[in-house]
Ligand binder design. Structure first.
Ligand code: PRP
Length: 231
């Protein structure tokens, strides 16, 4: 029997830097993964936890949304960048986890940015992982966006002449700076959200809703601790 048809819930978590930020919330919600989960060299993809009804999978951030939308995972953590790009109606994203803060921005080489006003563009060509969001964003002000889809290392595109501009996530800005690029426009602010499969919430409201409430309490607790430290 697979996990989706048993009593177990599958929670999809994104690999990489968000995972580190998710862990304290996971622990506060009472979910402790089996030790192998912390081993980045492990080839295992599916992990048991201290909670008999929760199993974790570790996948690429874009794939979290796909697993949850198709009901292969009932819960997940996904950035609103990914949610906007797919716009899956099957995903409900009720809880902002207040982690993974960054922004989706347009960037271009420093030399090009001098005197360049994005408001005057009528056409733009960008390399991006987010063609849907980019096209919609520019279309809303009558600008045609031509997107070259890349899956990573977007910052290389202007240097190597693939296109002059990119749309990508910016957190500290260090990657842009290291590649001679500057941010010229912010498309959206991004944070990670707890996402659930709508059908699973309907058919297993106590179990799925129960975990939603535990995560809500964990986020509130983290916010209260942050406030205390700031005072
Ligand atoms: C993201 C993003 C940028 C970088 C920005 O990539 O695509 O390359 O982080 O962060 P910074 O502003 O702090 O430098 P990530 O490292 O998540 O990997 P990816 O290229 O596989 O998306």
């Amino acid at each position: 029997m697979n996990a989706a048809s048993s009593d177990k819930l599958v929670m999809a978590l994104p690999k990489g830097r968000i995972l580190k930020e998710v862990m304290p919330l996971l622990h506060a919600a009472g979910i402790v993964p089996e030790p192998e989960f912390a081993d980045e060299n492990s080839r295992k993809l599916r992990f048991a936890t201290s909670q008999p009804d929760i199993e974790l999978i570790r996948v690429r951030s874009f794939d979290v949304a796909t697993f949850v939308a198709f009901g292969a995972a009932q819960l997940g953590v996904a950035g609103n960048d990914v949610l906007m790009e797919f716009d899956f109606p099957e995903i409900y994203a009720p809880l902002d986890l207040d982690i993974g803060h960054c922004r989706l921005s347009v960037a271009e080489p420093v030399e090009l940015s001098v005197g360049d006003d994005p408001k005057r563009w009528s056409h733009v060509r960008v390399a991006t992982k987010y063609p849907h969001v980019t096209q919609e964003y520019f279309a809303a002000r009558g600008v045609q966006a031509e997107c070259i889809k890349l899956n990573g290392a977007m910052e290389l595109a202007p240097t190597l002449g693939l296109c002059r501009r990119i749309v990508d996530l910016v957190s500290t800005g260090a990657t842009l700076k290291a590649n001679g690029l500057v941010e010229v426009e912010v498309i959206a602010q991004v944070t990670s959200r707890l996402v659930v499969n709508r059908a699973a919430l309907k058919t297993r409201p106590l179990q799925v809703g129960g975990w939603l409430e535990k995560f809500r309490a964990a986020v509130d607790q983290a916010a209260a601790t942050k406030k205390k430290v700031a005072v």
